[in-house]
Design a protein around this ligand. Sequence first.
Ligand SMILES: *Cc1c(COP(=O)(O)O)cnc(C)c1O
Length: 227
Amino acid sequence: MNAEEILSRIENAMSKSGRKDKVFFAAVSKTRTVDEMKEAEKIPFVDFFGENRVQEAESKRKVYGESRIPWRLIGHLQANKARKAAEIFDTIDSIDSPELAARLSRIAGELGKVIPVLIEVNTSGEASKSGVDPANFTELLDAVISQENLRLDGLMTVGPITDDERGIRNAFANLRTLSENARKKTGLELPVLSMGMSGDFELAILEGSTMIRIGTLLFGPRDYRHS
Ligand SMILES: *Cc1c(COP(=O)(O)O)cnc(C)c1O
């Protein structure tokens, strides 16, 4: 694991953007073994695990034991997995429809908890990406904040697949603008702006990311055959 290198790249991006706040670090542990995750958990700057499939996370959580850090669901959530997700995950970062918000809130109520969530926005317009279309963002925002058993902490996006830095920064800047507008509209703090992965986290930090999600750079290339 390149913990040292990652940390210095984060610090460089933070100083380049003149930022003194903290950027949180989610170790994206999809396809990784429990042993690999235990190693990652020892790294002091790792604040969260990010998993994108409910079933995989469930089987790992069963054997993991105590975890110092919360587990976040960062992948698309299907309605029929909402209950399981609500049981396993500490936060759900991929709310993308009013129906999912309502269902998750109802389930959270039945479980006697309030679930911290993020709204996922499709800022790139790529059809393969999940997340709400920016045009429908306000409607979803209203739906989420009206749910009694959800706590909206902020927004999340996956940047476009391109080498064009300007295109990537634009997508991240758009998420930041949505977040600022949502803050004004709702009066909520919305501290989390989750954007930036192995290939684009420095650009995300320059655009104000408060949470980066790193898999490949931390654990090495993914092997999907075992997942
Ligand atoms: C896989 C994944 C990541 C991490 O991607 P890397 O390029 O391996 O860092 C981050 N966010 C989401 C939503 C992912 O699915």
